[in-house]
Design a protein around this ligand. Structure first.
Ligand SMILES: Nc1ncnc2c1ncn2[C@@H]1O[C@H](COP(=O)(O)OP(=O)(O)OP(=O)(O)O)[C@@H](O)[C@H]1O
Length: 310
């Protein structure tokens, strides 16, 4: 669905060259749901803008939905949906009119555009809002409307650039429910960026981490955690010093701390071993490695802090 080779984009800023994307080679198969994550300024938007033909690459190639982004940008646009960070809909237009107009822009007849608008309003729970103006919708309804507009021409590939930024947790969960269901029903490929790691963890089967314009990791969330982060077990015991020697741990205040892979599987055996050794464990805390730990290990920065500030 997407194939890029050594894709690059350089900007000139005050006479200096800024390499926003530095040789990204990426392959996304049909039906995949891929989250592109990275700290601020990593190059995510620049990458997405090139893939959606909003920006011309400086070097390298990109084929999107089988079409070269430079040779035939209009062809790419016909085949993809793009939900950017701003709102796509005309604010003073009515919801139904806006969807029908968008369909007409893609060359659909009025009747076809109306039928498609009806389907999308059903699928994205916009029924009952037909005559409301886009400006009067709630944040969550507005975002669902944006997604509906992105899907008007039945694209096989949908790009979502930070689709849930600024939404409350319930509206975010609701939007993802719609997107994942639509994706399964229509086999749509989805490429998204988000600052919410929990979201990427929950919805994406594949996570591409970008930093300084390059892909620095590309795998599923579980594989990333296993490879780049460790679980932590903290034990509350009477004599941490003695216990630390028994279990390959370090003393942290009144506790013993162990860093290891697959903590949930190791913990029961560990407790049994300590019991056999006559140690009384008052409490055991398991901190499973998070995607944010992976992020910190890979980039030296926490995405969570930036996400919270966004
Ligand atoms: N039009 C431009 N002119 C000059 N520099 C730019 C331009 N667009 C982006 N850049 C620079 O390119 C780098 C990558 O920016 P980009 O917006 O792609 O990052 P990002 O990962 O999307 O960040 P964010 O998470 O903040 O949206 C940054 O250093 C940015 O300042």
């Amino acid at each position: 669905m997407i194939l890029t080779e050594d894709l690059r984009r350089t900007f000139r800023r005050r006479g200096a060259a800024v390499e926003a994307v530095r040789g990204i080679s990426l392959r996304v198969e049909r039906g995949e749901l891929v989250a592109v994550l990275g700290p601020n300024g990593a190059g995510k938007s620049t990458l997405l803008r090139m893939l959606t033909t909003l920006l011309r690459p400086t070097a390298g190639t990109a084929r999107v939905a089988g079409v070269d982004v430079v040779a035939d940008p209009a062809g790419v646009r016909q085949r993809i949906g793009y939900v950017g960070q701003g709102n796509a809909g005309g604010h003073h237009h009515r919801v139904l009119d806006e969807l029908v107009t968008q369909g007409a822009l893609y060359g659909r007849t009025r009747a076809e555009a109306r039928r498609r608008a009806g389907e999308l309003m059903e699928a994205l729970e916009l029924r009952g809002l037909e005559r409301r103006t886009v400006a009067s919708l709630s944040g969550g309804q507005r975002r669902r409307m944006d997604v509906a507009i992105g899907l008007v021409h039945r694209p096989g590939l949908l790009f979502l650039d930070e689709p849930t930024t600024g939404m409350d947790p319930q509206a975010r969960a609701n939007l993802w429910e719609h997107i994942t269901r639509l994706r399964h029903e229509t086999d749509t490929t989805v490429v998204l960026t988000t600052h919410y790691l929990d979201e990427a963890d929950a919805v994406a089967e594949r996570i591409v981490v970008v930093d300084h314009g390059e892909v620095i990791a590309d795998a599923g969330s579980a594989a990333l955690r296993a490879r780049h982060a460790e679980d932590r077990i903290e034990l509350e015991v009477d004599e941490p010093g003695t216990v630390a020697g028994l279990v390959d741990g370090t003393v942290a205040g009144s506790r013993v701390e162990l860093r290891l892979a697959d903590g949930a599987r190791v913990l029961p055996g560990l407790l049994a071993r300590l019991e056999r050794a006559g140690v009384t464990v008052h409490a055991a805390h398991l901190h499973e490695a998070s995607l944010d730990d992976v992020f910190l290990a890979l980039t030296g920065r926490s995405l969570r802090e930036e996400g919270a500030a966004a």
